[in-house]
Write a protein that binds this ligand. Structure first.
Ligand code: PXP
Length: 257
């Protein structure tokens, strides 16, 4: 057992909006889900306003900010339109994510190194407005160094490849990716960046990754919203919190694949 600071749980509510939009109405309401998640113990709400508005819409973002008393992590592409909306919304943090193929690294995260000239001014505008800036990147040492050079406050390490390899039973690849995540978290913390992680996490993988003492926050959506169909969102948030707390207190970093 050890006592590192607790890992914050950010609940991503995008997929509540996906279900709502499937019928074009107002039910289920993502803001209601955010309020439920808050009541169940979530530490933050994450929502992605995509350029195509495929799930979360502008009005959802404004309502989350107005009605939910938790830090809002506003996921967005680094476009002028999104920067303007973020400045109006004033979220706690903006997490810059790739939406177009050419903005991604081969691993799927934002190409912070290759896109530095485009990202730099946008990061500066957001930070000048008092918004913390997070970059969603692969656990690639070059990308992490680029995030620091761009004055990002936070890196969110992309756990999707690790989770995919585990799900496919590809033990060697999963192990290699886990080691990359571990090395990435260590480098980012050494460079003074706050370290978050997310994408594809479930109870087991969240518990494992919470064992990295550098990790301050996990952002989790798809699994939790899907699992809420069976167990209810409040029970899912509570169980996820318990898994994360267990992983943090008693890391089992040897069973990664
Ligand atoms: N973090 C970021 C930056 C994301 O883009 C997403 C997916 O929207 C998540 C975390 C959550 O991923 P998942 O829905 O697979 O849990």
């Amino acid at each position: 057992m050890r006592s590192a600071a607790p890992v914050r749980l950010g609940v991503n509510i995008d997929h509540v909006a996906t279900v709502r939009n499937a019928r074009g109405g107002v039910h289920p309401d993502p803001v209601r889900a955010a309020l439920l998640a808050m009541a169940a113990g979530a530490d933050g709400i994450t929502a992605h306003l995509r350029e195509d508005r495929r799930h979360i819409r502008d009005a959802d973002m404004a309502r989350i900010k107005a009605e939910v008393a938790l830090p809002l992590n506003f996921e967005m592409a680094a476009t002028d339109e999104m920067v303007a909306i973020a400045l109006k919304t004033q979220p706690h943090a903006c997490c810059l994510v790739p939406e177009r193929r050419e903005e991604r690294t081969t691993e799927g995260g934002l190409d912070a190194a290759g896109q530095a000239a485009e990202l730099g001014p946008k990061i500066a505008i957001l930070r000048d407005a008092g918004i913390r800036v997070s970059l969603f990147i692969a656990p690639d040492l070059r990308q992490i160094e680029a995030a620091q050079a761009l004055s990002a406050d936070i890196v969110e390490l992309h756990t999707g490849a690790w989770c995919d390899h585990r799900a496919a039973g590809e033990a060697a690849e999963a192990e290699a990716e886990f080691l990359r995540l571990q090395a990435g978290a260590t480098l980012a913390a050494t460079l003074g960046l706050e370290v978050h992680a997310g994408h594809g996490l479930d109870y087991a993988t969240a518990e494992m990754i919470a064992g990295f003492e550098e990790i301050a926050e996990l952002n989790i959506g798809h699994f939790m919203i899907g699992e809420a169909i069976f167990s209810g969102l409040d029970a899912v948030v509570q169980r996820m919190r318990a898994c994360i707390a267990k992983g943090r207190a008693d890391p089992r970093l040897e069973h990664v694949a």
